[in-house]
Design a protein around this ligand. Structure first.
Ligand code: GH3
Ligand code: MG
Ligand code: MG
Length: 328
């Protein structure tokens, strides 16, 4: 068998097999680097030359971490050491280490200094009896990464749309339900309180009927923007509760603080001077009625009770003539 391998025919065969392997290495669209036991580069394929801007004649024979000192002390060096000494393979997670090598997908990206995002696999190779080598394979995952980023952004947009009102852009009823539940549980856990305002536009049906639905929509946008502009704490939440009804959640606010905020919001809507000539005998402009309730230890103690009490106070404000505030 050994003798056969040395016949001229077999030699030729071996040479062409080597050439075949070399062509494959040059053609594949992954980077291949092989380093020996002293971490000197013994193989650096075409893909590496193309994407690193460093030709193989510059790389071969040079210690990898001399050629690329930025890789020293990092996860790649640890992986190479593991492969050479313990014969362990490893994959460098692209999420932890997006672009360890200074590689660029194309010349334009190189000009912008925008590195390729890489998947890196490190594999031990034993050649002959005790020749320890290490193969580093690199692939370009920039496309996959940018697709993933797009997907993440779209998911976030969908999430936002799921929780915000399409007309006014403020939180919608679904977001309100989640928030009121969270704030009530938080208040009960801490023995604190949370106030709720229910705000309803007065005589909105005749406004719609006389000025048209589109102008009605504009009015809703203007009122919600005016209310939103006044809420300063990030924990306060304005939501569109339904049609022309809004809710404001005020964590940690007692009834006096809630009343003060309600007064400011009420006045702010008046200051908009949105003309409304069909309010009957009332002021010829858009006004709101507000009901306030507060969840406190020993009193109202769940979200449904809080909403019911604020609603009831709002109903009282309407009954007493609208354009006013009632505290439950
Ligand atoms: P009150 O002073 O008692 O609150 O009377 P109101 O007319 O405001 O109340 P009502 O509940 O009778 O009418 C609410 C109206 O709000 C009915 C509907 O035409 C209008 N509305 C609800 N949602 C929208 C919306 O998204 N856009 C527009 N343009 N109008 C809406
Ligand atoms: Mg109304
Ligand atoms: Mg209403």
């Amino acid at each position: 068998m050994l003798n056969m391998a040395h016949t001229p025919e077999n030699k030729l065969e071996q040479t062409s097999r080597l050439q075949l392997l070399e062509s494959v290495l040059a053609a594949v669209s992954v980077g291949a680097i092989v380093v020996d036991g002293s971490r000197r580069i013994v193989l650096w394929n075409k893909w590496m030359s193309r994407h690193s801007g460093c030709a193989d004649d510059k790389a071969l024979g040079v210690a990898l971490f001399d050629l690329l000192p930025e890789l020293r002390g990092g996860r790649l060096e640890a992986a190479v050491t593991q492969a050479l000494t313990n014969h362990f393979s490893s994959l460098l997670s692209p999420t932890l280490n997006r672009s360890p090598f200074p590689l660029f997908s194309n010349p334009a990206a190189a000009a912008r200094g925008e590195r390729m995002q890489q998947a890196v696999a490190v594999t031990p190779l034993t050649i002959g009896d005790d020749g320890q080598y290490c193969l580093i394979q690199l692939s370009d995952v920039s496309m996959a990464a940018s697709r993933e980023k797009l997907l993440r952004e779209q998911t976030e947009l969908l999430r936002m749309q799921t929780f915000s009102d399409g007309l006014t852009g403020v939180a919608n009823r679904r977001a309100f339900d989640v928030a009121i539940d969270r704030e009530v549980r938080r208040a009960k856990r801490n023995g604190g309180m949370v106030s709720l305002l229910m705000i309803d536009i007065d005589h909105f049906k005749p406004y719609n009927d006389h000025y048209g639905h589109q102008q009605g929509d504009q009015c809703l946008i203007q009122v919600s923007a005016a209310l939103q502009a006044l809420l300063q704490r990030s924990v306060d939440m304005l939501a569109r509760y339904g049609g022309e009804e809004f809710a404001v959640i005020l964590p940690d606010n007692d009834p006096q603080q809630a009343l003060r905020i309600a007064q400011v919001l009420h006045q702010r809507v008046l200051d908009q001077h949105i003309r409304h000539d069909y309010t009957g005998s009332a002021l010829p402009q858009i006004t709101v009625s507000i009901g306030i309730a507060t969840l406190r230890p020993g009193q109202i103690n769940d979200a449904a009770g809080l909403i019911g009490a604020a609603d009831h106070a709002l109903y009282d404000a309407k009954r007493q003539g609208r354009n006013r505030i009632v505290v439950a």
